[in-house]
Design a protein around this ligand. Structure first.
Ligand SMILES: Cc1ncc(COP(=O)(O)O)c(C=O)c1O
Length: 350
């Protein structure tokens, strides 16, 4: 058992000063964080280790990025860089961070412009619009692989330059992105009475893994952190190439990355994501997003090296509803990967 976990303060993400706390009150943002940890007893039946899933989909905006969005916006309000009912937030995102920002900006009466690209799903566009976010779509990709990140960042800079009182959270470099995610590890350590032997974390901006790794280091915990990256992602030094499943992986290495951020790296393919998601819902009845599938497949790949009795935490970043047209569409899967249903069907009897 790790010393000192009793003393760990479980403050919700981003809650800082009494003034900021008063603004959150008991409204929707008070429900960010404190997500459940459930036992996975079926997926890895041959192993004698214990597996736990942190259900980040149960944040009110639907993902773990609610924490980052809240942390970065509250930090800027506190520094006076953002004024509720007056300023504009501009950020590049096609997914969960954009939705988290749309939620927190709506709460504080902030205009939010989300810079996205044509790869954004119709569902995410509709969610952002429902929160009242404005969409600014970049059309020209950076390269023939269809990356849009540099083009989107250029557009963010232009907007921030042109709009008075505009603020760019800059999720790829903002330390508060990582700081907010420390609360995930804080909660997990409490939920498991200090015994966390393995943590499997999907990585993109590296905000989440950075926050968790920092918490582990600061509290002298012995947790082995596995970064779950995408095949074709540039985060750990490989060349970037085309990927289908959004969420984890990145075409650039973020400023929140540092050498040694993870003890080991698992690079998962798009097919691994699909198989992991289908097993997760088929056996544990958890409808997870693409990176949750990557995490499940990464654990399956490592099973032989995880000792009996070890406590393993699988951080499941978001929910599957946002992937119904892709990962959970039999037609979409068969068109891209062929007939692979046998890879999960044999595992889906309970
Ligand atoms: C579904 C999903 N998984 C994984 C990640 C990666 O998290 P991070 O950017 O904190 O590294 C994200 C980031 O937005 C995400 O939306």
């Amino acid at each position: 058992m790790s010393a000192g976990y009793e003393a760990i303060d479980c403050a919700p993400p981003g809650r800082t000063t009494p003034a900021v706390n008063a603004r959150i009150g008991d409204g929707v943002l008070s429900a960010v964080g404190a997500t459940p940890l459930v036992r996975l007893t079926r997926l890895f039946g041959d192993s004698r280790a214990r597996f736990h899933a942190k259900l980040e989909s149960l944040n009110p905006g639907g993902s773990m990025k609610d924490r980052s969005a809240m942390g970065m916006v509250l930090g800027a309000i506190e520094r006076g860089e953002l004024i509720p009912n007056q300023s504009t937030v501009v950020e590049s995102s096609s997914g969960n961070l954009g939705i988290g920002l749309a939620q927190v900006c709506r709460w504080f009466g902030l205009r939010f412009i989300c810079v996205a690209d044509p790869k954004m799903t119709a569902q995410n566009l509709a969610i952002l619009a429902a929160y009242g976010a404005e969409l600014d779509i970049v059309r020209e990709p950076d390269n023939e692989m269809g990356d849009f990140l540099s083009a989107r960042i250029r557009r963010v800079r232009e907007l921030v330059h042109d709009i008075p009182h505009a603020f760019w959270p800059n999720q790829y470099a903002n330390p508060l992105n990582a700081r907010a995610q420390e609360t995930i590890m804080q909660e997990v350590v409490r939920q498991l009475d200090g015994n966390v032997d393995y943590l499997f974390v999907a990585t993109g901006t590296c905000g989440t893994i950075h926050g968790c790794a920092r918490f582990v280091a600061d509290h002298g915990l012995g947790t082995h952190i596995v970064a779950v990256d995408a095949e074709g992602s540039a985060i750990f030094g490989e060349p970037s190439c085309r990927r289908l499943i959004p969420g984890h992986g990145a075409a650039i290495r973020s400023e929140l990355y540092y050498d040694g951020i993870a003890h080991s790296v698992a690079r998962m393919t798009d097919q691994d994501c699909v198989v992991g998601c289908r097993r997760l819902v088929g056996v544990e009845a958890i409808l997870g997003g693409g990176s949750s599938g990557a995490v499940v497949s990464a654990v399956a790949q490592r099973l032989a090296e995880i000792p009996a009795g070890a406590n393993c935490v699988l951080l499941l970043p978001d929910r599957g509803e946002r992937y119904l047209d892709t990962i959970y569409s039999d037609v979409w899967v068969e068109e891209r990967f062929g007939d692979i249903a046998h890879l999960w069907k044999e595992q889906t009897t309970c």
